[in-house]
Ligand binder design. Sequence first.
Ligand SMILES: [Fe+2]
Ligand SMILES: [Fe+2]
Length: 149
Amino acid sequence: MTIIQTLAAEHVVFHNVFDHIEQATPKLRTVAEVRALAGLLEALLKVHSRIEDHLLMEPLEPNLIQLGQHENFHAEHEQIDADLAAITKVRRVTDARKLLLGAVLASRKHFDKEERIVFPLARRLLAAKTLTALGKRWREERQAIATEG
Ligand SMILES: [Fe+2]
Ligand SMILES: [Fe+2]
């Protein structure tokens, strides 16, 4: 599998997770419940983004800068992280819910943009051999993170 096929498959799972969180969040009654769901999303996003940034965004960095998108992608990550971190500070469940749903919406937009801009760019600019080699590196990095605990 190429790195694009692999990351796109992960994106499909994330879109399912986003759907679930959007359905479940309005029914949550306590801040602790919202925090638990936010913590799960944060953990999933962290590993995905770390590997995606390292294996795909870094080789494409000059092209993303040229497109004026490089800063945007970074800023969006930071915004999502900040919203999720803020959930640990608020006391009212309505505020926690709003932050979580905001982080999900921002994540959806960010993922859509990666699918529209970054994946096609990688397909166009990187050799098929490179895309397959990066797919293999994805597996290795996932395994390394899993054994990190
Ligand atoms: Fe990203
Ligand atoms: Fe992604």
